[in-house]
Design a protein around this ligand. Structure first.
Ligand code: PMP
Length: 384
């Protein structure tokens, strides 16, 4: 009997799965693999969420999410970006990943092509396939600070192109789109009648310029699906909470799909998100820490032979390190770093073909551990 669907007969190992295996191999390992912030969610959020649970917020919520949370989100858009988002344009999800899947499932017809800014968060291409679409990688390059280029986009458009996924500040490159790039994307989307799915999950980590959501640009309101998450902005990865902002017509479809999948999002996580939005000042010290760690590590990297990273670093807590001078592939370099320095980094190629020649490190360990990790790496013959 064949118990597994034909669709899943060739399972590829995921980057995350490989990390788990490596962690068990070396007791002194320094793990720079996963993008999970190394702080505990702020007490204000935890304590207030607990109080809310005790007060009875332990049941299914409204299918579109706790109305109080939707109100906070719409208030957030008003205050931060001067954008009036209607309550019926907001849908609460169990994090950004779930939001992306619901969005793709709601917009794609079989065989529709989705342009994906690359290098990209590893699940995107498979999520497009799960929703019966075809992912098309749109490469970006270090030479122009990983900005999307109009000529590259134009070369990939076909009559099947339905949507474009963008992510700024970006995982894995740490780059942020300039206003020029965002305006080009908005023009391009309007010219080619594309939906833009904006993965806005690192908005608070835009170190040099204030974050501008693409939904706020002319003509974008009706064609943007915004994905927000509390995971990184509020150090809440385990709470699994995020939201979608999209045209009301689409939100209705997303609600229908989700009612048949998870029904509603955990009520206590939704309460926690309300308290996060009401206490946004708690972000400041954590953001400062990540900014300092990334810029300090960038200096250490740029003084190590055969590796380099673009500075000033623009956003997130990731560094995407150019290792082309070693003459080895990103897989080979990552394996050697693991075996010789006991440091776990991810090969750039895991994030898309144009990620070859890079490794990604996540600065989600202490400054001392980051320094030690790159001291160990600095002793390797390929980096000396
Ligand atoms: N998008 C990007 C770019 C990410 O880096 C991540 C998590 N690393 C996610 C989405 C998913 O985050 P979550 O599901 O925890 O909200």
């Amino acid at each position: 009997m064949k118990i597994v669907s034909a669709r899943y007969k060739e399972l590829r190992a995921t980057a995350m799965g490989e990390v788990n295996d490596a962690l068990r191999t070396f007791p002194d390992i320094i793990n720079l693999g996963l993008g999970d912030p190394d702080f505990i969610t702020d007490d204000v959020i935890i304590n207030n969420a607990c109080l809310d649970a005790k007060a009875g917020h332990t049941r299914y919520t409204d299918y579109r999410g706790d109305p109080e949370l939707r109100k906070e989100i719409s208030g957030f858009y008003e205050n931060e970006y001067n954008l009036a988002i209607g309550d019926d344009e907001i849908f609460i999800t169990t994090g950004g990943c779930h939001a992306m899947y619901l969005a793709l499932e709601a917009i794609l017809n079989d065989g529709d092509e989705v342009l994906v800014q690359s290098p990209c968060f590893t699940p995107y291409p498979d999520q497009v396939r799960l929703a019966r679409g075809v992912p098309i990688e749109v490469p970006t390059y270090e030479e122009n600070r990983f900005q999307l280029r109009e000529d590259v986009l134009a070369g990939l458009i076909t009559e099947k192109t339905r949507a474009l996924i963008i992510n700024t500040p970006n995982n894995p490159t740490g780059s942020c789109f300039s206003l020029d790039t965002l305006q080009m994307i908005a023009r391009f989307a309007n010219d080619h009648d594309l939906i833009v799915i904006a993965d806005d999950i690192y908005t608070s980590y835009s170190y040099e310029n204030p974050f501008v959501p693409i939904i706020s640009l002319p003509g974008m309101r009706e064609r943007t699906i915004t994905i927000n998450s509390f995971s990184k902005n509020f150090i809440m990865t385990g709470w699994r909470i995020g939201n979608i902002v999209a045209p009301a017509e689409l939100v209705r479809v997303i609600q229908h799909i989700n009612e048949n999948v998870v029904f509603t999002v955990p009520s206590i996580s939704q309460r926690a998100a309300i308290h996060a939005l009401r206490n946004r000042q708690i972000q400041d010290s954590v953001l400062e820490t990540y900014k300092n760690r990334t810029s300090q590590l960038a200096k250490q990297i740029n003084s190590t032979p055969n590796m380099s990273v673009i500075t000033p670093h623009m956003g997130t807590f990731y560094l995407f390190i150019n290792i082309r001078k070693t003459g080895l592939s990103s897989n080979e370099v990552s394996k050697r770093i693991l075996n010789e320095a006991h440091v776990l980094v991810l090969p750039g190629v895991d994030f898309g073909k144009c990620g070859e020649g890079y490794i990604r490190v996540s600065c989600t360990v202490s400054q001392d551990n980051l320094t030690e990790a790159f001291e160990r790496i600095g002793y390797m013959d390929i980096f000396s």
